[in-house]
Design a protein around this ligand. Structure first.
Ligand SMILES: [Ca+2]
Length: 449
């Protein structure tokens, strides 16, 4: 369904098809437990480092020390020998890997200064020729200065403030839930999801006024018959009927409208991909989609790519730790650096990093494009994060509400009309005069090349 918002955010929440690495999703919520842990304190969390057990290490051909027993964390790629990725240069690598890293070991990851660093000893070894500066991390600012959140204009703090002054955590949810979980879903995982959803619904409650109960469905990969029965019983909406198979090996969430206008949320959970705890961006991300679905009827044509996953990503990361503003801003800051550098590299390798190439992607990218949600460069999650940010800088939360009320997701071709109704000004003028120069400036600043 075109109106389906799909997020695959659990640990190992990537499709691992033998022939389709491009299907890997980019939602980075999976490793935010690590981000928040590190971001929440600098010096007072040394004990976390000290708790890592000693591991036997050996020197690789390139001189980097590698654990004898492979370590893997938060990447989701198969480590079967015949499925290890191998690329000749970092531009190729980045196009497929998307995340920073991986590091060869936990120790190397901790030395990176980037809390979301993925780890894979096997993938690292297979590509060790790419680790030019021999810091044990692949294609991570090789031989160049690492940007910091302060490298850019810091305007993003205004957007972050807009989220925090609007979404007040700790409020009870006012929505009526029709909640169901499948027989094999672990009760503790179901409860984690329910608590996360209700918390995010509470924060969004000033802006939610659902006319019908919100259907929330938690399913386990062994319960397909149960899923199909439930899916049909609640109107066959929210996700398409192939969603179950798409995510049964990976986990994830999805939100969408039913034909009768009710909104459905689905979560795939299993022992191998348990729902996030400790950080909550995943739930805020999905509930942002609930808000969007409230105002946006089934689209009449292709939707602009940034309008779906972009705001959800920005709201999600901004509330990564709803009880701690500082941690949340650290998480968002790390994600910005990661994604800006990725986008800068992508544009440099594909037509150049310029206002023209950025503007083309913003104005013409569609949510249904493979490059938006389901394939590199995952513009919905990467570029969309920054478009949503600048939108919130310029128009604030009131503007986001206003544009949704004017059906920002009705179609790409009608977005300028929605924009004009909301703000009385031209969408394309905002894109060309305000947004694009900002994006170019941020990407350049955050890639430091
Ligand atoms: Ca390196």
């Amino acid at each position: 369904m075109k109106n389906q918002h799909r997020t695959k955010s659990f640990a190992k929440s990537f499709e691992q098809g033998l022939d389709s690495p491009r299907k890997r999703a980019l939602s980075l919520a999976s490793f935010l437990a690590i981000v928040a842990l590190v971001a929440s304190g600098c010096s007072n969390q040394v004990s976390e480092t000290a708790s890592i057990p000693d591991v036997e290490m050996t020197a690789l051909e390139n001189g980097v020390m590698s654990p004898v027993i492979p370590q893997n964390k938060l990447h989701g790629w198969s480590t079967a020998e015949d499925q290890l990725l191998r690329f000749e240069n970092c531009d190729e690598w980045d196009y497929w890997w998307v995340y920073e890293g991986p590091a060869v070991s936990t120790v190397a990851a901790e030395g990176s200064g980037f809390p979301g660093m993925t780890i894979s000893t096997e993938h690292y070894i297979n590509n060790q020729h790419l680790d030019e500066d021999q810091d044990g991390i692949l294609c991570f600012f090789e031989n160049r200065e690492k940007p910091t959140p302060e490298s850019g204009s810091m305007q993003w703090l205004k957007a972050f403030d807009a989220v925090w002054s609007s979404l007040d955590s700790g409020k009870p949810s006012e929505e009526s839930l029709d909640f169901a979980s499948s027989p094999n879903a672990l009760p503790e995982d179901t409860n984690i999801i329910r608590d996360g959803v209700e918390m995010a619904l509470g924060a969004w409650s000033p802006y939610l006024n659902l006319e019908k109960p919100l259907y929330v469905t938690v399913v386990h990969p062994e319960d397909k018959d149960w899923f199909l029965e439930r899916w049909e019983a609640i109107g066959g909406g929210g996700v398409h009927d192939g969603w179950f198979d798409d995510v049964s090996g990976t986990g994830g969430g999805a939100v969408g409208r039913n034909p009768d206008g009710a909104i459905s949320m689905y979560f795939m959970t299993a022992e191998a991909f348990t729902p996030p705890t400790g950080v909550f961006d995943f739930y805020y991300h999905e509930v942002t989609h609930v808000f969007e679905s409230q105002w946006n009827p089934p689209p009449t044509g292709p939707i602009s790519c940034w309008t779906v996953e972009g705001p959800a990503s920005f709201f999600g990361f901004s509330k990564a730790d709803p009880s701690n503003r500082e941690v949340s801003s650290s998480v968002l800051a790390a994600m910005r650096v990661d994604r800006a550098d990725y986008l800068a590299r992508y544009f440099e390798a594909n037509g150049g990093l310029s206002e023209e190439s950025i503007q083309e992607a913003v104005l013409n990218g569609m949510n249904s494009d493979d490059s938006c949600q389901f394939g590199a460069p995952y513009f919905g999650y990467t570029l969309g994060l920054f478009v949503a940010e600048k939108f919130l800088v310029d128009f604030g939360m009131d503007g986001f509400i206003a544009l949704n009320k004017q059906k920002m997701q009705v179609s790409k071709s009608e977005l300028p009309t929605s924009f004009k109704k909301a703000f009385g000004s031209e969408y394309e003028e905002w894109v060309s005069k305000n947004l694009t120069p900002y994006l170019l400036s941020e990407f350049k600043a955050l890639t430091l090349r």
